[in-house]
Design a binder for this molecule. Structure first.
Ligand SMILES: [Zn+2]
Length: 150
């Protein structure tokens, strides 16, 4: 049996890390209590397979997001939900629509931070540890698990 071993240099490791873009999305724009209430609403609607209810929730979330949008930013229309409520993929699709609107971050409303989070990753050891560092530009907590190179 042969074992393929790659001896990474730190420069190669850093280059590998930077090959995946990581940019700060900006701060959370909704109060954690409102976020919690809306997630509770989602889970009830999902349990009931209530697609119309999800449409109503999405409409509210879009209205709220429009209030928080950067001047001139176009959020777009609430997506029309032509879906099969008994299809598991439908609920995955709806989750991907709804969750980022509940956990609303700056980038969804034209206020991205854009800080290159790889600058934080490469400034720490590659030891598999999970760390949290506030964004130097907007203070949003960046959580990541450092890679390990073999
Ligand atoms: Zn930031």
């Amino acid at each position: 049996m042969t074992t393929q071993m790659k001896d990474w240099t730190r420069v190669q490791q850093d280059t590998h890390v930077r090959s995946i873009e990581r940019t700060c999305r900006g701060p959370l724009l909704v109060d954690p209590e409102i976020e919690r209430v809306n997630f509770d609403r989602w889970y009830v609607l999902e349990e009931l397979r209530d697609v119309d209810g999800v449409g109503g929730l999405l409409g509210e979330l879009y209205e709220n997001a429009k209030q928080l949008a950067a001047p001139g930013f176009k959020l777009g229309a609430v997506p029309a939900l032509v879906v099969d409520p008994n299809d598991a993929e439908t609920w995955e699709y709806l989750r991907r629509l709804v969750f980022p609107m509940i956990r609303l971050r700056g980038d969804k409303v034209g206020k991205p931070c854009g800080y290159d989070q790889n600058q934080i990753v490469v400034a720490h050891p590659y030891d598999g540890e999970t760390r949290q560092v506030p964004c130097p530009d907007c203070d949003t907590l960046f959580v990541w698990t450092s890679p390990v190179f073999y």
